[in-house]
Design a protein around this ligand. Structure first.
Ligand SMILES: C[S@@+](CC[C@H](N)C(=O)[O-])C[C@H]1O[C@@H](n2cnc3c(N)ncnc32)[C@H](O)[C@@H]1O
Length: 265
């Protein structure tokens, strides 16, 4: 029997047009899709993204539970978490052992706060012979940058990408040390973050991007009023040196639609 491969594939940040051609080709070719979901009864965001671009008819589709718990790099996770990771890995190994290639789509890029590497690590500990390939995806922060015409780092600027759920102390020292700070997972802690930015004089330098590149996208540059109930797909870019904004504004809604010949590609 041929050796099958697990493909860990970045889906990009939500807009199916931001899947790479390689992701599309690999997802189409794999007979099994194993997609992560954050709650046992919920559904997979990554699966929802790829299903807008890939025909899933005839494929075996699994939604595998990956609990959303704090993970500390280099430390073993809680028992509930490692049990779920092992169960997910076992499902995938069973398919690979039948010679079936498996695609594991994951939001954005697999290298940035993604379940992809936890799965990889678990698989290696269970079956070091398993073949795995990673496929880069467009990170959410790149899409947020594009939607706001806000560069992430230029020249000698330094960038930090951190979860907004860090302690105030850790965030404060990051805000002091870097020129651009990208805050991920900002949705649950927005009031605390806005207070911290006000204290550090950076509130006017921050932009919140909700559902970047997707239906219902919101770009909020004035954070003096804290937006209510931000979506899970929310990222903040704080740029000490400010952004660039053409007088007619670069926000997509105001800049006009993408030309037909481009959006039809
Ligand atoms: C678990 S992390 C996944 C990051 C992903 N691997 C990446 O490369 O961007 C989830 C966070 O990504 C950000 N995110 C994902 N999609 C987004 C979108 N369309 N718009 C804004 N932020 C997004 C949000 O900060 C969200 O809380």
């Amino acid at each position: 029997m041929r050796d099958a491969t697990l493909h860990i594939i970045g889906t990009g940040p939500g807009d199916p047009e931001l899947l790479t051609l390689k992701a599309l080709k690999t997802l189409t070719a794999c007979p099994v899709i194993a997609a992560p979901k954050a709650s046992p009864s919920g559904s997979s965001t990554a699966l929802a993204i790829i299903s807008q671009a890939v025909d899933l008819d005839g494929k075996t589709v699994f939604e595998l539970y990956f609990p959303m718990k704090k993970i500390r790099a280099g430390k073993a996770p809680e028992e509930e978490v490692s049990r779920a990771w092992r169960a997910a890995a076992a499902t995938i190994i069973a398919c690979l052992d039948q010679g079936l290639d498996v695609a594991f789509p994951t939001l954005g890029d697999p290298a940035i706060y993604s379940t992809g590497y936890y799965l990889y690590d678990t698989l290696l500990s269970m079956r070091p012979d398993i073949r795995v390939r990673f496929h880069a995806g467009i990170p959410a922060m790149s899409c947020c940058s594009a939607e706001t015409a806000m560069p992430i780092c230029l020249g000698n600027e330094m960038l930090a990408v951190v979860p907004a759920t860090f302690s105030d102390e850790r965030l404060r020292s990051t805000l002091e040390a870097f020129d651009t700070i990208v805050l991920m997972k900002v949705h649950r802690v927005l009031p605390r973050i806005c207070r911290l930015l006000e204290e550090t004089g950076l509130l006017a330098k921050a932009v919140l991007i909700e559902r970047a590149g997707m239906e219902g996208e919101r770009i909020i540059r004035d954070l003096s009023t804290i937006p209510e109930n931000p979506h899970y797909f929310s990222t903040m870019i704080i740029r000490r040196n400010g952004g660039f904004q053409a007088p007619w504004s670069r926000d997509r809604q105001q800049a006009g639609p993408i030309p037909a010949d481009v959006s039809a590609m």
